[in-house]
Structure formats: structure tokens, C-alpha cells
Design a protein around this ligand. Structure first.
Ligand code: NAD
Length: 335
């Protein structure tokens, strides 16, 4: 098209669209398709540098992110037109909730869309630890055949401790029951009947650490869960304990974990999430009884399509019709 016609069409589209949406992370195209079908104007700009985001944000009514974009107070204050922030995923620790709430900006997440992916990944890490699969694979790639070195343990009739018995924790427990594991769980915020219906024993955090052969962590990162798992609990666990964290980095104290693994206080650990991401020069990676993946819990085609679709529908319904679902900062409703 000649430039002037293209420009004219672009401006007409801009005028027609009531709301402009900026997608600043790598998100399934389903997200753009849903906004566009709803008549919203979408700018898909994954990988924006912090300065680029600050420059762009004043023109947008909605911002959609995964976890790479840091939605700081500065970004929120620069977003003069901003009405909604959508997180394609569960955790909202990359969004300054306080700043958004003060400005009456609704923050939404997509709950449940990546639950199965995250649960399956936690389970894959548990199997990897039990059977030394990553280390055995690495050894074979180096031309070795080390059968004795990589003998493992069964999951059958072992005790699985689940810390945080929400959606993902319960899905891991369901899968573990199919392996004939016994489930004990710690979650002070859910009613007793949830434990009962999931065939799990409701225990204190200390009891979970005393009894478990495997522990999997599924809590949000909050001030009260930061370094929830550290030396105090490693001191009371069985030396055969294998620990998995595919929730949020920072829930496990990495320095304490390094000491515990190195001294044999713990048999093994697998982390999908880290105190800082990427973790840089992580000492844990030098240990044979440690397995790591680069925050892959939600990274499946199915999970990403689901969260992209959920968050687009949620934010579009809010901007166009004022409908509210999956709102994280409910305090804005009273404003
Ligand atoms: N690795 C990944 O890529 C990935 C993918 C999806 C979700 N996640 C993370 O997994 C975690 C769990 O997600 P979910 O969808 O199951 O959330 P959820 O809200 O359904 O469950 C979290 C549970 O943690 C419990 N909890 C809160 N504070 C606690 C505390 N101090 N002690 C014990 N339990 C506590 C809550 O009561 C709740 O039942 C979140 O941190 C989420 O960000 C990670």
C-alpha cells in the first residue's frame, strides 16, 4: 500500500479501537487473536527493555505480561491511561500490586491454565531425582556406562509431603497417589475437608519435614514464605529426603540448601525457580545431587495457549463490559 493510504488506515483503526493493549512478553498468538476479535487494538512487543516500556506505556489501557516484564511502580505511574494489567500465569510477584491498587488499576491473573503443566513438571523433577535421570544422561553423553553409580529409589509407598496444598499441590498429589505414594500436606489456609477429599493428611510444616521422603513446594512467594524452607527444617528432615521446588524462587533458601546437599543432610533437590533468574553463577549446579530447569513449569504449548486465552478474555471483558473475574487486587472494587 502507498504510505499515505496505509497511514490513513492505521489511524482509522486506532480511532475505532476504544482500548489499546500492549503485550510486552512472549505470549501465545491466541492472546492477540482474542483481543483483536473483541475489537481492541493490540501492540505485540515482547522483549521490551525497561526504558522502552516506560516510553510506550502512556498510550495503553491494558498491559499483558508473563514474568519477564517487571511492572514497577515507575511503569504503573507512567501508565496514565492504564486500567488493567493481566498476568498470563498465576504468580504476580513481577507486578507492584500496591502501586497498581493505589491507582485503581485492576490486576488480573489466569488461574488454573497452567496448573497441569506445573504439576507434571514437579512430578518430572521428582522422577528425575528418584532415578538420577539427568546425571545418567550426561554420563552417557560423555561415553560412560555407569550403572552402579546411578542406582535410584522407588516412589512406591514413599511419603510425599506437599507444602502449599492449592491447585498445583493437589494435582501433584493426585498423580502421586497413582504411584501408591502416601500424601501428607501443610497449608494453614485451606479447610480440613480439602485434605480429606484429596486423601492427604493435614500436618504441620515441621511434621512434613520430619516424615517425608520427597517434598514438593507449591506456595506463592510472599513476605511470610520467603526463605520458608531453610536450615531450621533441614535439621529435622530424613537424610533420604529429596526436595522439589517448582513454585517461586526465594521460598527455598538457596545458601542453606547448598550446605544441606553438600553435607548429605538432604539426599537431593531439584529447582525450577531461583532467587534471581537467571541465577548466574549458581554454586548448586556443581553438586551431583542437584537438578535444575530454567523455570519451565508452565512452559508447555497447551499451558501457554490456555493462559493466553484466559487472560485475554478476562481483560477484554473488564475493559469492554466492566466484568470482573480472576481479580488479584480486590481492594480496587471499593474505590
Ligand atoms: N514453575 C512454574 O513455572 C510455575 C507455574 C505455575 C505456577 N507456579 C507457582 O506455583 C505456586 C502455586 O500455584 P497454585 O496455582 O497452586 O496456587 P494456589 O493459590 O492454588 O495455591 C497456593 C497455596 O499455597 C497456600 N499458602 C499460602 N501461604 C502459605 C504458607 N505460608 N504456608 C503454606 N501454604 C501457603 C495457599 O493457601 C494455597 O492453597 C505459585 O507460587 C505460582 O506462582 C509456578
Amino acid at each position: 500500500l502507498p504510505t499515505d493510504i496505509a497511514q490513513e488506515q492505521y489511524s482509522a483503526k486506532e480511532i475505532m479501537a476504544e482500548f489499546n493493549i500492549l503485550i510486552s512478553d512472549n505470549i501465545s498468538p491466541v492472546c492477540t487473536d482474542i483481543f483483536t476479535s473483541a475489537g481492541l487494538q493490540v501492540d505485540y512487543s515482547p522483549g521490551l527493555a525497561p526504558d522502552g516500556l516506560l516510553n510506550k506505556i502512556p498510550a495503553y489501557h491494558g498491559l499483558i505480561v508473563r514474568s519477564a516484564t517487571k511492572v514497577t511502580r515507575e511503569v504503573i505511574e507512567a501508565g496514565r491511561e492504564l486500567k488493567a494489567i493481566g498476568r498470563a500465569g498465576t504468580g504476580v510477584d513481577n507486578i507492584d500490586l500496591q502501586a497498581a491498587t493505589e491507582r485503581g488499576i485492576a490486576v488480573f491473573n489466569s488461574r488454573g491454565g497452567n496448573t497441569i503443566s506445573a504439576a507434571e513438571h514437579a512430578f518430572a523433577l521428582m522422577m528425575s531425582l528418584a532415578r538420577n535421570i539427568p546425571a545418567a544422561h550426561g554420563s552417557m553423553k560423555n561415553g560412560k556406562w555407569e550403572r552402579k553409580k546411578f542406582a535410584g529409589v522407588e516412589l512406591y509407598q514413599k511419603i510425599l509431603g506437599v507444602v502449599g496444598f492449592g491447585q498445583i499441590g493437589r494435582e501433584v498429589a493426585r498423580r502421586a497417589r497413582a504411584f501408591d505414594m502416601q500424601i501428607i500436606a501443610f497449608d494453614p489456609l485451606i479447610p480440613e475437608e480439602v485434605f480429606a477429599s484429596s486423601h492427604a493428611e493435614n500436618c504441620s510444616l515441621e511434621e512434613v519435614f520430619r516424615q517425608s521422603d520427597f517434598i514438593t513446594i507449591h506456595v506463592p512467594l510472599l513476605p511470610e514464605t520467603r526463605h520458608l524452607i531453610g536450615t531450621r527444617l533441614f535439621e529435622i528432615c530424613k537424610p533420604s529426603l529429596r526436595l522439589i521446588n517448582a513454585s517461586r524462587g526465594g521460598v527455598v533458601d538457596e545458601a542453606a540448601l547448598f550446605k544441606a546437599l553438600k553435607s548429605g543432610v538432604l539426599a537431593g533437590a531439584a529447582l525450577d525457580v531461583f532467587e534471581s533468574e537467571p541465577p548466574g553463577n549458581l554454586k548448586l549446579l556443581n553438586l551431583d545431587n542437584f537438578v535444575a530447569t530454567p523455570h519451565l513449569g508452565a512452559s508447555t504449548r497447551e499451558g501457554q495457549d490456555r493462559v493466553a486465552s484466559e487472560i485475554a478474555q478476562t481483560v477484554a471483558a473488564y475493559l469492554k463490559d466492566g466484568q470482573v473475574s480472576n481479580l488479584v487486587n480486590e481492594e480496587i472494587l471499593g474505590k
